[in-house]
Design a binder for this molecule. Structure first.
Ligand SMILES: *Cc1c(COP(=O)(O)O)cnc(C)c1O
Length: 385
C-alpha cells in the first residue's frame, strides 16, 4: 500500500507556465489583452473552431451562450441530469426551465431517443454534455434540433480534445463551452472558452463584457479609444492575461497530456477488464474520447459493500477518488422546485449509486497507476461475495 495520499486530480503546471505568468505580471497589461487574444487564436486553430472567445469560466460561457441565443423567461431547455450543477444553474439564471432527460446506459450521455418526448412548444434549446469526454450522439441531437427549430449548446467541459465522426468538438455551428478549471484537461486555474460561428461569438463577446461595443477592452491602450457604447446590460466574464499565460503553455502540452491519459486508461482497462464485479468505461467507434474522467461502475450485487464504502476503502489505501456526478434531480434546490423523485431518471440515478472516478491525469507516474490498481483489486478481493 502507498504511504502518501494520491490526490484525485492535481494540476500539472510547469516552469513554462510559471515564467509566462511572471512575464505578464511584470508587463503593463495584466487583464484581457494580447495574451488572451493569442490564446483564443491558438485554441481556435487547435480544434478548428470558427471563432473563439476566452472567458473566466465554462459556467460563464454556458450562461453567455444562452443569452446569445435569446433564451429567457418562459423558455424550456432540455439537458441531462448527470452533469455538474453549472450546466443547469445557468438555465435557471436566465429564467428558463431546465427539462431533464435521462441518459443512455453505455456512455451516460443524454439519450437522444428520449429527447423528442420532452419537447414542448416552449422548448428553445438542447444543452448536450459530453460526459467524461465521450462525445454525445451529436448527429441525432442536431437532427432533432433541426426538426423542431431548436438551438443546441454543447457543454464541452470534459471534451478537450474530443472528436465526433472525425471532427473536433467545438469546431461546428453549435455554441460550445469549454472549461479550464483546475481539474480539467487543460487548466488556467479558472477559465473557459466559447466557440462557434463568427456572428454568434461576436455577439457573445459584447454580452460577456458589460455589453460594451467592439474592442472596448482596448480602451486603455494606445491603439484603443476612450469612447464606447453600451448596447445591452452585459456581464463581466472576461479572461485575464494571467490566466491566458497558463493556457498558452497548457495548450502546447495538450497532445502530450492526452497521450499520457490514453496510456493510463489502457493500464486501468487491462487490469480491470476481467474483473467481473467491475464495468469499465469504453468509447464508441465513431468518437475520439478526451478521457477527462475514468468512471468505472461496480456490480453491486456481486459485492458485500456499497459504492460509498468502496470509496472509503480506497481512501484508507491512500487513493483519492470522486463521483461524477450527484444527479441534478436529487439536489435539494431542484428536487424541491420541480418535485423530482429519485427514479424519475432511473439510468442516471442507478448508475450514480455504483460509479467511481479514479485518478486520471498526466501527472500520474507508473507507480501511482500501479498503486491505484492494487488498491482497487485489494478492496475487491476482500469484499467480493
Ligand atoms: C467543470 C464543469 C463545468 C463548469 O466549469 P467551470 O469552468 O468551473 O465553470 C460545467 N460543466 C461540466 C460538465 C463540468 O464538469
Amino acid at each position: 500500500m502507498r504511504n502518501t495520499f494520491l490526490p484525485f486530480s492535481p494540476p500539472v503546471i510547469g516552469e513554462e507556465e510559471i515564467d509566462e505568468v511572471v512575464d505578464t505580471l511584470k508587463s503593463s497589461w495584466i487583464t484581457t489583452g494580447p495574451k488572451t487574444r493569442k490564446f483564443e487564436e491558438e485554441f481556435k486553430t487547435y480544434i478548428g473552431a470558427k471563432e473563439a472567445l476566452a472567458l473566466n469560466s465554462c459556467t460563464a460561457a454556458l450562461h453567455v451562450a444562452l443569452v446569445t441565443q435569446g433564451i429567457g423567461s418562459g423558455d424550456e431547455v432540455i439537458t441531462t441530469p448527470l452533469t455538474f450543477t453549472a450546466t443547469v444553474n445557468v438555465i435557471e439564471h436566465v429564467g428558463a426551465k431546465p427539462v431533464l432527460v435521462d441518459v443512455e446506459e453505455e456512455t451516460l450521455n443524454i439519450d437522444p431517443e428520449k429527447i423528442e418526448k420532452a419537447i414542448t412548444p416552449k422548448t428553445k434549446a438542447i444543452m448536450a454534455v459530453h460526459y467524461s469526454g465521450h462525445p454525445a450522439e451529436m448527429d441525432k441531437i442536431n437532427e432533432i434540433a433541426n426538426k423542431y427549430n431548436l438551438h443546441v449548446i454543447e457543454d464541452a467541459a470534459h471534451a478537450l480534445p474530443a472528436k465526433y465522426k472525425g471532427r473536433y468538438i467545438g469546431s461546428g455551428d453549435n455554441l460550445t463551452a469549454f472549461s479550464f478549471y483546475a481539474t480539467k484537461n487543460l487548466t488556467t486555474a479558472e477559465g473557459g472558452m466559447l466557440t462557434g460561428p463568427d456572428d454568434l461569438i461576436e455577439k457573445a463577446r459584447i454580452i460577456s463584457l458589460h455589453g460594451m461595443s467592439r474592442d472596448a477592452w482596448k480602451r486603455y491602450s494606445k491603439e484603443g479609444s476612450w469612447y464606447y457604447e453600451v448596447v445591452l446590460p452585459g456581464f463581466k466574464y472576461n479572461m485575464t492575461d494571467i490566466q491566458a499565460s497558463l493556457g498558452l503553455h497548457q495548450l502546447n502540452k495538450l497532445a502530450v497530456f492526452q497521450k499520457r491519459r490514453y496510456e493510463i486508461v489502457e493500464k486501468y482497462n487491462s487490469a480491470f477488464k476481467d474483473i467481473d464485479c467491475l464495468e469499465i468505461p469504453s468509447a464508441k467507434k465513431e468518437v475520439e474520447h478526451a478521457w477527462h474522467l475514468y468512471v468505472f461502475r461496480l456490480r453491486l450485487e456481486m459485492l458485500k459493500i456499497d459504492r460509498n464504502r468502496f470509496i472509503e476503502e480506497l481512501k484508507n489505501r491512500n487513493i483519492g477518488t470522486s463521483v461524477h456526478f450527484i444527479p441534478i434531480h436529487i439536489h435539494p434546490y431542484y428536487k424541491n422546485k420541480y418535485g423530482f423523485k429519485e427514479n424519475d431518471f432511473p439510468v442516471a440515478y442507478n448508475n450514480y449509486l455504483r460509479m467511481i472516478s479514479l485518478p486520471l491525469n498526466p501527472g500520474l507516474s507508473d507507480q501511482d497507476v500501479a498503486d491505484v490498481i492494487e488498491a482497487v483489486l485489494d478492496v475487491i478481493r476482500l469484499y467480493k461475495k
